[in-house]
Design a protein around this ligand. Structure first.
Ligand SMILES: NC(=O)C1=CN([C@@H]2O[C@H](COP(=O)(O)OP(=O)(O)OC[C@H]3O[C@@H](n4cnc5c(N)ncnc54)[C@H](OP(=O)(O)O)[C@@H]3O)[C@@H](O)[C@H]2O)C=CC1
Ligand SMILES: CC(=O)C(C)=O
Length: 318
């Protein structure tokens, strides 16, 4: 019998399982089985996004597990994200309805603005000019947020949140919002531990979700031979001392900090071992040790939209 995932209580009262399955780069042909395996193993939280191009297959797996009676819809916590080309207020509702149709759901548990910066609307998801440069849109993410609020009130998304927003951008949303964001999903792992952003967000009722918690070794822009987080000798020594895998240490590190964590895998044995982190704890001195590995090592810098006035990582400290 799988251990039940602990939940994080969100500021609006909803509960989010602290451990979920990521689905970026999970090919449509692999993700159906991965999500089915995850649900069988005990995962109740799946992280999706329109831009991942696999929502229909994630939805197929969810529907199959509900039809089999393994889970009920209300047992699951399903997140998805509004892509950058749909920030214009008149496009927001259609984008959410499309995601719901893809996932075969009538509500999301959490809908995030994927990035603060908007791209040129109604074309390619990465609209590039003849030189390959992404074409920006100047839609203000506050206008996008205001278009999301009625959709939450209607029940199409139980909670709303942000992703890749820096502290100033979070504050700007909070000042304008009538439905408050309850989550900010950001890159987070020992090389970029987001301590300051976590303190900032939690003081304002916003939980962090850690993306790329294992260092995203399959990120498309990783260079051959580039050192990988999971190969770090200090983490390997710690994992060996505790009799765990490095991935388990990295996942448990976030759980110890009260941060929601969404490792991705399409490999059943890894989906299983990544879930086997609920029956041990890291000592406070081990958490402090891992904290000390921070080196501002950002792996998902979104260089394609550098120069956008709302790029979150260019001008502000955190
Ligand atoms: N909001 C945002 O902008 C972003 C959100 N995300 C979300 O966060 C999720 C996780 O981040 P992601 O960047 O995918 O990377 P992760 O840090 O989760 O790493 C995923 C990689 O690690 C491998 N892996 C998984 N488990 C193990 C293990 N136990 N041992 C060894 N290797 C393992 C996977 O391989 P394999 O699958 O082959 O088993 C895959 O190559 C995403 O999938 C997505 O849902 C990610 C980036 C940006
Ligand atoms: C993976 C992802 O969510 C990005 C790059 O936006």
């Amino acid at each position: 019998m799988a251990l039940k995932t602990p939940y994080v209580k969100l500021a609006n009262g909803y509960e989010c399982p602290i451990l979920g399955l990521g689905t970026w780069k999970s090919k449509p042909g692999e993700v159906v089985q991965a999500v089915k395996d995850a649900i069988d193993i005990g995962y109740r939280h799946i992280d999706c996004a329109f831009v991942y191009g696999n929502e229909p297959e994630v939805g197929e797996a969810i529907s199959a597990k509900i039809a089999e009676g393994v889970v009920k819809r209300e047992d699951l916590f399903i997140t998805s994200k509004l892509w950058n080309t749909f920030h214009r207020p008149d496009l927001v509702r259609g984008a959410l309805l499309k995601t719901l149709q893809n996932l075969k759901l009538d509500y999301l548990d959490l809908y995030l603005i994927h990035w603060p910066q908007a791209y040129k609307e109604e074309g390619e998801l990465f609209p590039a000019d003849a030189d390959g440069k992404i074409q920006f849109s100047d839609v203000d993410y506050l206008d996008t947020w205001r278009a999301l609020e009625p959709l939450a009130r209607e029940g199409l998304a139980r909670s709303l949140g942000l992703s890749n927003f820096n502290s100033k951008q979070v504050e700007r949303v909070l000042q304008a919002a009538s439905v408050k964001p309850v989550v900010n999903q950001v890159e987070c792992h020992p090389y970029l531990n987001q301590k300051r952003l976590q303190e900032f967000c939690e003081a304002r009722g916003i939980k962090l979700t850690a993306y790329s918690p294992l260092g995203s070794p399959d990120r498309p822009w990783a260079k051959p031979g580039e050192p990988q987080l999971m190969d770090d000798p200090k983490l390997q020594t710690l994992a060996a001392r505790l009799g765990k895998t490095v991935a388990q240490i990295l996942i448990r590190y976030q759980i110890e900090r009260g941060i929601i964590v969404i490792p991705k895998s399409v490999t059943r044995s890894r989906i299983l071992s990544n879930y086997q982190v609920l029956d041990f704890a890291l000592a406070p001195e081990d958490v402090t040790l891992i904290d000390s590995f921070h080196c501002n090592g950002r792996l998902v810098p979104m260089t394609a939209s550098l120069g956008h006035k709302y790029h979150p990582f260019e001008n502000d400290e955190f």
